[in-house]
Design a protein around this ligand. Structure first.
Ligand code: PEP
Ligand code: MN
Length: 341
């Protein structure tokens, strides 16, 4: 729409789009409003819409993902939950154990990551484990403990939902629904979390291309949920010195192609505690909008992923340096006002 288009003209054109059998998604930007018309394109549609009141131009969107595309929404989007924010200049840190294991474990982790400046707490209650004999998570009991940790600390709760049957249950306790790497192409789950009324963190599948990742995001956006973060957590390569290979080039690429915030997970991305801080600094320097980091009160006794978890002192030291790196690249680490002790 033209920059001076009125609210009536915008609504008129959104209605005109709907009458053509398309879905109209109105996106308000700083410069102008864009009406994304989603559906099958016919040549005559473009012409009939172009002559409408207040219309500046009608353009086909080249990217296969429409709502995720920068072409439709040039301004970066920001996901906010409580004190947590990621995107549009804000860098949010999500930290906590791989799995919720006990009240004492999650409470102490919540207090420690909050004191170090994190604004969201991670912790799996439903765990996607490679082996059926490994710890599968505390399920609803774990969700209750996460909610109690939010109650005390104010941290936003991020936790994984593994199946469509669990979406309602997890959404009752969590602030952000995490879709795990193994589920990136579980399209029914993507639709379900898209409609759950909660922000979503979508992890990249270890063998998914960027287009597949962005089309998976599109499933969530297409349900009317625009509170979505993308999480690069590493891909499967021939290389064996790290658990996965963590491509930080994803940050630049995704920022070029999409307005969605990009979160980096250096824990799963490397699989080694000693590498996690270095990759966290590099991610922030490269423009990441957030970090997701595994932190455990005693990594050596963790029921999952202890070998890639930081202890409290390690996390605090990492955060202090992350703040300096963020400042150097004109980003703001949300929660950075928390004094480091
Ligand atoms: C996790 O965050 O604990 C997890 C299982 O991650 P991913 O889905 O990336 O393997
Ligand atoms: Mn883990």
């Amino acid at each position: 729409m033209e920059s001076g288009a009125t609210a009536e003209q915008i609504e008129h054109m959104a209605e005109a789009v709907r009458r053509l059998g398309l879905r109209a998604s109105v996106i308000e930007g700083t410069e102008r409003t864009v009406i994304a018309a989603i559906g099958e394109k016919r040549a005559d549609m473009m012409e009939s819409l172009a002559s409408g009141p207040g219309v500046a131009a009608v353009m086909p969107i080249a990217a296969p993902y429409k709502l995720a595309s920068r072409e439709v929404r040039p301004d970066p989007s920001c996901v906010r939950v409580g004190e947590f924010a990621a995107g549009a200049g804000a860098v949010g840190v999500i930290a906590g154990p791989c799995s919720v294991e006990s009240e004492e474990q999650i409470m102490s982790a919540a207090r420690a990551v909050k004191a170090a400046g994190a604004t969201a707490l991670r912790g799996g209650a439903f765990k996607p484990r490679t082996s059926p004999y490994s710890f599968q998570g505390m399920k609803e009991e774990g969700l209750k403990l996460m909610a109690a940790a939010r109650e005390e600390t104010g941290l936003a709760v991020v936790t994984e939902v593994m199946g469509t049957d669990d979406v309602e249950l997890v959404a009752r306790y969590a602030d952000v629904l995490q879709v795990g790497a193994r589920n990136m192409q579980n399209y029914r789950l993507l639709e379900a979390v898209g409609g759950a009324g909660r922000p979503v963190l979508l992890k990249r599948g270890p063998s998914a291309t960027m287009d597949e990742f962005l089309l998976a995001a599109e499933y969530i956006l297409n349900e009317g949920n625009d509170q979505l973060m993308l999480c690069e957590r590493g891909i499967r390569t021939f290389e064996g010195h790290t658990r996965f290979t963590l491509p930080l080039a994803s940050i630049s690429y995704l920022h070029r192609k999409t307005h969605l915030p990009v979160v980096i997970d250096p824990s799963h991305g490397t699989g080694h505690t000693y590498m996690v801080p270095d990759l966290a600094y590099a991610a922030i320097a490269a423009g990441a909008d957030g970090l997701m980091v595994e932190v455990h009160p005693s990594p050596e006794t963790a029921l999952s992923d202890g070998y890639q978890s930081l202890d409290f002192a390690g996390f605090e030291a990492m955060m202090a340096r992350c703040r300096r790196v963020a400042e150097a690249v004109d980003q703001e680490l949300v929660g950075s006002t928390v004094p480091a002790s």
